[in-house]
Design a protein around this ligand. Structure first.
Ligand code: NDP
Length: 502
């Protein structure tokens, strides 16, 4: 039975009897204790194993997006600092790390993995404070997966000959890595773990709105006795990132972020010998066929677009639904949306936390306004947003046309656009009608249909009857404007080695 309710009936609500009737349900506050985090007033750069100020002593402030409170001052690195960091990485590569047997490198990676696990609560709370993501996600997804990447690549460090049978895998040298703000620690792990396992040294530039877990990771490197210079972390604005990309001492560039900056980075390495991997934006189609288990699909759709406030490159931001099940699915989705809790990211009951920055909130607001102006129908559950901080209601658009901006552009927010289709051919055509090609989802009970869809969808990752599942053993990356190269799994290792004949 499907029960359609008014907004007034929906708040506050939670599923109760399984009959579609929401029962009013208040949650007691369950705040995570932030005392486990010892914030410093000021953080330096991590170069050559030391905590150093920027060459001109400049700093910037990182704020908590949920409260707009300043958290700490962070060194604003310069091109000269980047040069220092690359030199430190080169020295460490030549003198120590590049020649260290794989089994010795593995010991350090295992140690880092263990320390990340031991300090997981501290990392989770700090990640949530600096990024705005809900504590239950940083605690249950980001930090455990980051540790899992170190465990996984530690296992490969002394087995490169099995990863690439018949070839000799040699490290590339110094890897310059630039990461975004949506999964700060996890992206660090995706990049640093395979690079170190393969024998490279690293200079990493975190995003300016989320530098703190990377700087806490510097502490983990010290605790693990990682030789100095193997990992260097330089915080600062985008142009400092570009000085890393252009630095002649860098052998490999790895970037995750927007397609626009990805293009500039590709231009920056063009004509050089540097290896490059780009993990860029996405506009994934999440396709629901009429034989799909709808309740399960609703959970997958919600996870696909509202997880991490929708600030996910592979978010299922376009929902393609077979026409015969549109209405029941939308009803169920609206019911489910009314139970999503938006608010304090440090509260363990929060599902959707704060948007990472004011700029990102403005971008989401502008794109949502364009959806309304272009004629799509907007639904937002009635929920109270905190007075301060960068919050946005989970949003659902129906009557969306392919030409609408909300169906074409990456919103990077909790905004779902629903489109419909009649036949599998139409679903494939609509799903592939995007300049991106990072991920997709298929919901159906037929295995043969899943396989047929997977073959035809131009997306680096296709999830079947699930969404947003990650595992260190599994390669991840895109086609078209979503970038090139793969991270994760053996493929992720490949990006950090040169393969010679025996
Ligand atoms: P950016 O691509 O600008 O930022 C990603 C990283 O690149 C950050 O570390 C950033 O540093 C750095 N950077 C910025 N400019 C340069 C440059 N010229 N050269 C080298 N590095 C640079 O993403 P935004 O933060 O501006 O987000 C804009 C949009 O990008 C989002 O709305 C979203 O659509 C998309 N995006 C996609 C991501 C993905 O995972 N695919 C991740 C993040 C954003 P700094 O933070 O100092 O500017």
């Amino acid at each position: 039975m499907t029960v359609t309710k008014t907004d007034a009936d929906r708040v506050p609500a939670s599923w109760g009897l399984g009959d579609g009737q929401a029962i009013p349900w208040d949650y007691a506050p369950a705040p995570e204790n932030r005392e486990i985090v010892h914030l410093k007033d000021r953080y330096g750069l991590f170069i050559g194993g030391r905590d150093v100020a920027a060459s001109d002593d400049a700093v910037f402030t990182t704020v908590n997006p949920a409260s707009e409170e300043p958290l700490a001052e962070v060194a604003r690195g310069t091109a000269a600092d980047m040069d220092r960091a690359v030199r430190a990485a080169r020295l460490a590569f030549r003198r120590r790390w590049g020649g260290l047997p794989g089994r010795e490198r593995a010991k350090y990676l295992f140690r880092i993995a263990r320390i990340l696990q031991e300090r997981s609560r501290e990392f989770a709370v700090l990640e949530t404070m600096d990024s705005g993501k809900p504590i239950k996600e940083s605690r249950d997804v980001d930090v455990p997966l980051a540790a899992a990447h170190f465990w996984y690549y530690a296992g490969w460090a002394d087995k490169l000959e099995y990863a690439f049978p018949g070839r000799v895998a040699r490290p590339l040298g110094v890897a310059g890595q630039i990461i975004p703000w949506n999964f700060p620690l996890l992206m660090l792990a995706w990049k640093i773990a395979p690079a170190l396992a393969a024998g490279n040294t690293v200079v990493l530039k975190p995003a300016s709105t989320t530098p703190l877990t990377a700087l806490l990771f510097a502490d983990v490197c010290r605790q693990a006795d990682l030789p100095s210079g193997v990992v260097n972390i330089v915080t600062g604005p985008g142009e400092v990132g570009m000085s890393l990309v252009r630095h002649p001492g860098v052998d490999k560039v790895a970037f995750t972020g927007s397609t626009e900056i990805g293009r500039r980075i590709a231009a920056g390495v063009a004509g050089s010998n540097k290896a490059l991997t780009l993990e860029l934006g996405g506009k994934a189609a999440n396709i629901v066929f009429d034989d799909a288990p709808l309740d399960q699909a609703v959970e997958g759709i919600v996870n696909g677009i509202y997880f991490n406030q929708g600030e996910v490159c592979c978010a299922g931001s376009r929902l393609l639904v077979q026409e015969s099940v549109v209405q029941p699915l939308i009803d169920k989705l609206k019911d489910r949306l009314s139970t999503i809790r938006v608010g304090d990211p440090l509260d363990k009951n929060t599902d959707v936390g704060a948007i990472n920055s004011r700029a990102q909130l403005e971008k989401i607001t502008e794109l949502v306004a364009s959806g309304v102006a272009e004629g799509a129908e907007m639904y937002q559950p009635a929920c109270d947003l905190p007075d301060r901080g960068y919050f946005f209601r989970p949003t659902l658009f129906t009557n969306v046309a392919q030409s609408h901006r909300i169906a074409r552009e990456e919103i990077f927010g909790p905004v779902l656009s629903v489109l419909t289709f009649r036949t599998p051919e139409e679903a494939v055509e609509k799903a592939n009608n995007t300049p991106y090609g990072l991920s997709a989802g298929v919901w159906t009970e037929k295995g043969s249909r899943i396989l047929a869809m997977v073959r035809r969808l131009k997306a680096g990752v296709v999830w079947a009857n699930t969404f947003n599942r990650f595992d260190p053993t599994s390669p991840f990356g895109g086609y078209k404007e979503s970038g090139y190269g793969r991270e994760g799994g053996r493929h992720g290792l490949h990006a950090y080695v040169r393969l010679d004949d025996r």
